[in-house]
Design a protein around this ligand. Structure first.
Ligand code: NI
Length: 154
């Protein structure tokens, strides 16, 4: 774990008032926590713009009766250049399916893949959630060990 560091910030009082009102609405307990989240958000954005390995989830809702749709989605997933870590499929009702894909790869590839899925005819709604661990994520080759100690993340 890294240590906490305190630092001073100079800011216009009007801007700070607006910020305080905003973070109160969102339920933050302190300015520090709100600022930490802003910084993390910014790091996520940067990682996704750059070529570093990153992770995210893609959620799509579609009507499986749409002609060719299921095979199109399967085909897209098979040709994805990144790594699909997991797929969750829920049969929501008679017509609709919900699918959540956990994906890993270079940010721009994940964005492109999400766009392809979401723009496919018959997909009613879709969203890519970009996230980060805050650290570099090992690429496909760099597995961490699960044999031996249980959950010994290094
Ligand atoms: Ni289904």
């Amino acid at each position: 774990m890294s240590e906490l560091v305190r630092f001073g910030v100079s800011i216009e009082d009007e801007l700070l008032k607006r910020f305080d009102a905003e973070i109160e609405k969102k339920g933050y307990a302190s300015r520090s926590e709100a600022i930490r989240d802003l910084i993390r958000d910014n790091i996520v954005e940067e990682e996704w713009e750059s070529d570093v390995e990153t992770v995210g989830t893609i959620t799509i809702v579609y009507d499986h009766h749409t002609r060719e749709l299921s095979s199109t989605l399967t085909h897209l997933q098979h040709s994805f250049k990144g790594d699909i870590k997991s797929v969750l499929h829920i049969h929501l009702d008679h017509n609709n399916c919900l699918e959540v894909l956990v994906v890993q790869g270079k940010g721009h590839l994940l964005k492109q893949f999400a766009d392809q899925l979401v723009s496919t005819r018959g997909v009613k709604h879709g969203k890519l959630t970009m996230t980060t661990t805050g650290n570099a994520i090992p690429t496909k080759g760099g597995h961490h060990h699960h044999d031996g100690d249980e959950h010994a993340h290094d």
